[in-house]
Design a protein around this ligand. Structure first.
Ligand SMILES: C[S@@+](CC[C@H](N)C(=O)[O-])C[C@H]1O[C@@H](n2cnc3c(N)ncnc32)[C@H](O)[C@@H]1O
Length: 290
C-alpha cells in the first residue's frame, strides 16, 4: 500500500483550512506544554493555556471524522511547589465546547531520569487524553491485545467450586467475575497505562516523544489507509509511526527548523511514503521515494 505524508510549515489553525470536514480518522499530538521550552518555541502560561488551546478547537473538531479520535499527550506543571492543574482545566474546557472525554491513558516512562526532589518522587508518567466527537467511535482493540500469559494455563485448566460459574463479590460490592469466559482465550486487552521508554538520543528537537507512543494509539484508533493528523508535529514522530503502520499522515509545525528535522527523519525511513508537500503560500511539492 502506498501511503502519503504531507508536511506543512505554518500555524495549524490556518493550514487545516485546506482540509475538508471529517478528513482525519485520528488526531494525535503533543502540544507545547505551558511555560516549557521557552528558548525553542512559543510558550503559554498555565493561566492562559485553556483559552490558547481552545483557539485550535474549531478546526480540529471540523477536520476530525464523526467516528474519529483525538489523543492529547500533555503533563501538568509544578508551579510554586504545587501541581498546577492547567491540563485538567484545558480538558474540561474542551468538554464544554463539545468534545467527549472518553478515557485518560497514562504514558509510563520506565527509564525516567533519576534525581532527588524534597517533596515528591521521580516524575515518570504523562497523560494521554482520549477525546471524541461521539460516543460511537472506531476502536480496534484486537490490534493492541496481548498474550493472556502463563497464569491462564494453571488457573483456568480445571475450574471448580467458586470458579466454576460467575462469582459475585462476597462483600456485595456489585462486582463479580466469570473465569469461564477466559478459557481457551489466547489474548487479553492491555491496560490503559502504556509503558514506553523516553527517547534518549538527540533528534534535533527538545521534546520528542517515542515512536512507540503514537504507534500504540494509531493501532488502537485507526486502520490501514486512514488519515492521521499531528497539528504540533515537532520532529515528526507521529508521521514515522503512521507511515510504518500504512496510514497517511499530515504533520504541521510552525518552525522551519523542525520541518527540516522531520523531512530528514522521513527520508531516512526510505520506505512506503510517496510524497511530501510542504505547504506555504505557494504549496510547493517535494517528491520523495515515489
Ligand atoms: C511538544 S512539541 C511536539 C514534539 C513531537 N511530538 C515530537 O515527537 O517531536 C510541540 C510543537 O508544536 C509546534 N507548534 C507550536 N505552536 C504551533 C502552531 N500554532 N502550529 C503548528 N505547530 C506549532 C512547536 O514548534 C513544537 O515543535
Amino acid at each position: 500500500m502506498k501511503t502519503r505524508a504531507n508536511i506543512h510549515l505554518g500555524d495549524s489553525r490556518d493550514i487545516l483550512k485546506q482540509y475538508p470536514d471529517g478528513y482525519f480518522n485520528l488526531i494525535i499530538t503533543s502540544p507545547p506544554y505551558a511555560d516549557a521550552r521557552t528558548k525553542h518555541y512559543d510558550s503559554i502560561t498555565p493561566e492562559e493555556f485553556p483559552d490558547y488551546f481552545l483557539t485550535f478547537h474549531k478546526e480540529l473538531y471540523r477536520v476530525l471524522a464523526d467516528d474519529g479520535s483525538f489523543v492529547i499527550n500533555i503533563k501538568d506543571k509544578v508551579v510554586d511547589g504545587q501541581r498546577n492543574r492547567y491540563v485538567w482545566k484545558t480538558i474540561m474546557a474542551l468538554n464544554d465546547v463539545g468534545w467527549l472525554c472518553i478515557d485518560d491513558y497514562i504514558w509510563h516512562k520506565p527509564n525516567a531520569m533519576p534525581g532527588y526532589w524534597p517533596n515528591r518522587l521521580r516524575d515518570e508518567w504523562e497523560y494521554c487524553f482520549h477525546l471524541t466527537k461521539n460516543k460511537k467511535f472506531c476502536m480496534y482493540q484486537e490490534a493492541v491485545q496481548k498474550p493472556i500469559g502463563n497464569w491462564a494455563d494453571k488457573r483456568l485448566s480445571n475450574l471448580s467450586g467458586k470458579s466454576a460459574a460467575r462469582h459475585n463479590s462476597e462483600n456485595e460490592s456489585g462486582f463479580g467475575r466469570d473465569l469461564n469466559k477466559w478459557v481457551d482465550k489466547d489474548f487479553v486487552l492491555p491496560g490503559n497505562v502504556v509503558s514506553v521508554a523516553v527517547v534518549g538520543k538527540n533528534m534535533g528537537h527538545p521534546a520528542v516523544y517515542p515512536i512507540s507512543l503514537p504507534d500504540f494509539f494509531i493501532k488502537l484508533f485507526s486502520k490501514e489507509g486512514d488519515n492521521i493528523l499531528d497539528p504540533f508535529a515537532g520532529s515528526g514522530s507521529t508521521a514515522i509511526a503512521a507511515i510504518q503502520l500504512n496510514r497517511n499522515c499530515v504533520i504541521i509545525d510552525n518552525k522551519q527548523e523542525y520541518i527540516d528535522v522531520m523531512k530528514d527523519r522521513l527520508k531516512s525511513l526510505n520506505c512506503l511514503f510517496s510524497e511530501i508537500s510542504v505547504s506555504d503560500s505557494s504549496l510547493k511539492k517535494v517528491i520523495i521515494n515515489s
